[in-house]
Write a protein that binds this ligand. Structure first.
Ligand SMILES: [Zn+2]
Length: 153
């Protein structure tokens, strides 16, 4: 049953990054299924990240819709767990790869930032805040394209 839920949840992606599933983002912490209820525990990426409310609703919607077909309970509860806090370490390798291919530099522990367009290391920071607070805005000095860096934390 849990696996069915997990399978369905791979369809739910980050509202801001459609190539990244919540599973690859490391947001889904626990799944419980009993006779009449599915309980999904999530940890928000950034507290106050407006995307989290959208994600929560997406989880409920997809599980209600797809779950019915495979005999899962139609009652879905999403629990938000704030501790331990989410860290960029929870993004899977598959998720990091998807980010890079999408044009966002994934979190880098070594702080090595590479342009996702031309893979140059000759980049400069334009702003600590990119399209969202979770990202910084960089510009590549080789291909001159701006890009987001998903900040480590
Ligand atoms: Zn470049």
């Amino acid at each position: 049953m849990k696996n069915k839920v997990k399978q369905i949840l791979t369809q739910v992606t980050d509202p801001e990054i459609p190539v990244l599933s919540l599973d690859d983002l490391g947001v889904i912490r626990n799944i419980e299924v009993n006779d009449n209820e599915i309980i999904v525990t999530i940890t928000p990426t950034y507290s106050g990240c407006p995307a989290m409310e959208v994600m929560e609703q997406d989880i409920i919607d997809v599980l209600k819709k797809e779950g019915r077909r495979v005999g899962l309970p139609t009652k879905v509860t999403v629990i938000t767990q704030l501790s331990p806090a989410w860290t960029t370490d929870w993004i899977t390798e598959k998720g990091k790869k998807a980010l890079f291919e999408y044009g966002i530099m994934p979190p880098s522990k070594k702080g090595e930032i590479i342009c996702p367009q031309c893979k140059s290391k000759n980049v400069e920071l334009l702003s600590q805040f990119g399209s969202t607070a979770c990202k910084a805005l960089y510009k590549c000095k080789e291909c001159l394209e701006p890009f987001d860096y998903f900040k480590c934390h």
